[in-house]
Design a protein around this ligand. Structure first.
Ligand SMILES: NC(=O)c1ccc[n+]([C@@H]2O[C@H](COP(=O)([O-])OP(=O)(O)OC[C@H]3O[C@@H](n4cnc5c(N)ncnc54)[C@H](OP(=O)(O)O)[C@@H]3O)[C@@H](O)[C@H]2O)c1
Length: 228
C-alpha cells in the first residue's frame, strides 16, 4: 500500500519506520522538506535530530504536504492537533478523499504550559472537526490513546490492552483495522466504539493518560478494558 504520514515528529518517525518494515511505500509530509531534512536540533522526545533520523531512513520519501501522492491509500494524521486542519488543507480534500484518513492526533493546547488542556472536548472532538471541515474524507480515529512506540508494537505492553477505533465509514474502518492487525494488534484487542462521535471520549482520555504518565514516569503502558 501507499502510506502518507502527515507529520515529522516522533510519532511520524515511529510509524514511518514500521510502515517501511512492513513493505509499504511510505511518504512523509512536512511544511518545507528542504528545511526539515536539514534540521539539526534534537527532537525533544527522542534526542535525535530529523537530519540524523532521515539519514538512517532514506527510503522514507520526505516531501511538502502539498506534494504527497494523490494515489495514497492511507493518510495518517500525525501532526500537532492545533495545526491539523491547516496541514490537511495543504494536502487538499480532493486528494484526502481518495483514500482513508487515520487520525491519531490529539487536540492538545500547550499555550498555558503543562499540563496541556484540550482545545476541543465534551460536545465535539478534533476528529469530528476534521470530518466537518472535509466532508468527503473518510475519517477514522484510532491509536491516539497510547504512546507511539506501543501503537506500532503492542507487544511492548504484556497481556491484553486495547486500541480503540471509531468512524462513520465502515469500509474505512475495515482498512484501518487491517493495518492495525498488520502491525501486531490481535483481533480481541481492537475495540470498535462505533461512530466518529466516540472520538470525544477517546480524545478526552488524554488528560488521564498524561496524569498516569506523570505518576509512572514512563509512557510504556496502555489501557485495558476488563469485562465483568
Ligand atoms: N507522542 C506520542 O506518543 C503520541 C501519542 C498519541 C498521539 N500523539 C499525537 O500525535 C501527533 C504528533 O505528535 P508528535 O509529537 O510526533 O509531533 P508534533 O510536534 O505534535 O507535530 C509535528 C508535526 O506538526 C506539524 N506542525 C506543527 N505546527 C504546525 C503549523 N503551525 N502548521 C503546519 N504544520 C505544523 C509539523 O510540521 P513540520 O514537519 O513542518 O515541522 C510536524 O510535522 C500529535 O497530535 C500528538 O498529540 C502523540
Amino acid at each position: 500500500m501507499k502510506i502518507s504520514i502527515l507529520g515529522t515528529g516522533m510519532v511520524g518517525q515511529v510509524i514511518a519506520e514500521k510502515m517501511m518494515q512492513l513493505g509499504h511505500v511510505t511518504f512523509m509530509g512536512t511544511r518545507n522538506a528542504a528545511e526539515t531534512i536539514a534540521r539539526q536540533e534534537p527532537n525533544r522526545m527522542t534526542g535525535i535530530s530529523f537530519a540524523d533520523w532521515h539519514a538512517s531512513h532514506t527510503d522514507v520519501q520526505l516531501v511538502n504536504f502539498e506534494d504527497l501522492p494523490t494515489d495514497t491509500d492511507i493518510w495518517i494524521n500525525a501532526s500537532s492537533g492545533q495545526a491539523s486542519l491547516e496541514v490537511l488543507k495543504k494536502v487538499t480534500e480532493k486528494k484526502l478523499s481518495k483514500g482513508v484518513l487515520l487520525d491519531l492526533a490529539n487536540p492538545l493546547n500547550f499555550s498555558n504550559g503543562m499540563p496541556p488542556s484540550l482545545a476541543v472536548c465534551n460536545t465535539d472532538s478534533l476528529a469530528e472537526t476534521i470530518q466537518r471541515a472535509f466532508p468527503s474524507v473518510k475519517v477514522v480515529k484510532s491509536l491516539n490513546t497510547m504512546n507511539c512506540t506501543i501503537m506500532m508494537d503492542p507487544s511492548l505492553v504484556p497481556g491484553d490492552h486495547q486500541v480503540f477505533v471509531c468512524g462513520d465509514h465502515d469500509g474505512a474502518k475495515r482498512v484501518v483495522v487491517d493495518l492495525l492487525r498488520e502491525v501486531g494488534w490481535i483481533e480481541g484487542n481492537i475495540l470498535d466504539l462505533g461512530g466518529l462521535v466516540a472520538a470525544r471520549g477517546t480524545e478526552m482520555m488524554l488528560p488521564v493518560w498524561l496524569q498516569i504518565y506523570g505518576k509512572l514516569g514512563t509512557g510504556n503502558f496502555n489501557f485495558n478494558v476488563v469485562r465483568g
